[in-house]
Ligand binder design. Structure first.
Ligand SMILES: [Fe+2]
Ligand SMILES: [Fe+2]
Length: 272
């Protein structure tokens, strides 16, 4: 993972910037929200990663961690979850009920520490209330974002992610065209169903996000962004249903990608 950074007085980012040769860099973020009852939002990408635990411990005493808000149970969000729950005995897991159930296939989820949530629910975390909100686009039906009602910070799950030319800590530093193209490409591949959306209904969903009036936007796959970017971001998402769908890599493109990443190439398939 990469070095943590502070994106607001009460928000720290735990980023991994994954280089995808030929495509760009994909940020993969977990967050620490320093509420009176501290909240970790997602648990990184690598499985039970010492670097992640060290970075998290540099921001907060794990004994004091009270909540882990898991936005969804995709592997780029659940990396160190088991270690976190071993090291943070007071923490409770806030997530979609089915995400907790599904994770129990690979991790003995402590169900007595799970607080199941769904869109519209509120969670009191001491000095503030967090409201569960659905992200406008997603790759997993368990996806549950949150709005910090005290500060207006929106944690938008995979929505507003982007493939970027290089790693950065502020979305405003990304050239406009690169940001728009990278966000459209990400949305198109992360939510391929967007191409069959009813435009009117999707516009209503985007209006719902606009009405949240977020002051800051913390996507799982974008550097920290100001709420002033929201109109641009919503315009990008509104264009996704009409964008050219991003095709999956062919087997040959996959082999080239692995070669560029210096990973073990796949074995050729022989016809039987
Ligand atoms: Fe996801
Ligand atoms: Fe993700």
């Amino acid at each position: 993972m990469d070095a943590p950074y502070q994106a607001a007085p009460d928000v720290h980012v735990l980023p991994t910037n994954e280089a995808l040769p030929g495509m760009g860099v994909l940020p993969i973020n977990a967050y620490v929200l320093l509420a009176e009852e501290p909240v970790l939002i997602d648990t990184g990408m690598a499985a039970n990663d010492d670097e992640f635990i060290d970075a998290l411990s540099s921001i907060i005493d794990l004994q004091a961690l009270r909540w882990v808000w898991l936005t969804h149970d995709d592997a780029d969000h659940t990396g160190s979850i088991e270690r976190v729950f071993q090291l943070a005995p007071r923490a409770r897991l806030v997530t979609h009920a089915f995400a907790a159930l599904r994770m129990s296939s690979w991790w003995p989820v402590p169900f007595d520490r799970v607080h199941a949530i769904r869109a519209g629910d509120r969670l009191a975390v001491g000095d503030r209330t967090l409201r569960a909100v659905p992200p406008p686009l997603y790759d997993n039906p368990m996806s549950t974002g949150l709005l910090d009602e005290a500060t207006g910070a929106l944690f938008s799950v995979d929505s507003f992610g982007a493939l970027l030319p290089e790693a950065t800590q502020d979305a405003a530093d990304v050239p406009h065209d690169a940001l728009v193209g990278g966000m459209r490409a990400w949305a198109s591949s992360d939510s391929p169903w967007a191409h069959i959306l009813d435009r009117g209904r999707f516009d209503a969903v985007l209006d719902g996000v606009r009405r949240l009036q977020p002051t800051q936007i913390f996507s799982s796959h974008l550097p920290a962004a100001s709420g002033t970017s929201l109109d641009t971001f919503l315009q990008v998402l509104a264009s996704v249903p009409d964008a050219e769908p991003t095709p999956a890599p062919s087997h040959e493109e996959f082999a080239m990608l692995l070669a560029a990443m210096s990973a073990t190439p796949p074995q050729p398939v022989t016809a039987s």
